[in-house]
Write a protein that binds this ligand. Sequence first.
Ligand code: RB5
Length: 148
Amino acid sequence: MKIAIGNDHAAVKLKNEIMEYVQSMGHEVTNFGTDSTESCNYPEYGEKVGRAVAAGEYDCGILICGTGVGISIAANKVNGVRAAVCSDATTARLVKEHNNANIIAFGERIVGVELAKDIVKAYLDAEFLGGRHAVRVAMFAEIEKRNK
Ligand code: RB5
């Protein structure tokens, strides 16, 4: 898979661990995040990854900040992005199976390295189930169309 990853200053260490992890699984990962721990603004990185994933340049994205929340909110402002914050592996599996999330997010201040790896693996191993879930996921795009 082609994966876009992004992070702010609060998540440089975990980003590096996760990049190494997904590469070891055979995936190709592009780093859109900062490599500096100097304070920066997470919306910039959420938008970059969001646009790259929404444009179809990547199969999915991984976003990491302090909590995973701010950076995912930014990504979700991009049409076509379905970014989900996950702090456990079950949620990570279900956001793919039910919501067809194209980006997962988590926080370096919230999850440890091993849990973050479990979250990423559960998400990457899962598949969208379609069916009744496809009807609901299609409604996300309908909401975007109603936005001015
Ligand atoms: C940065 O201090 C922090 O606010 C950010 O990483 C993130 O947690 C925001 O949601």
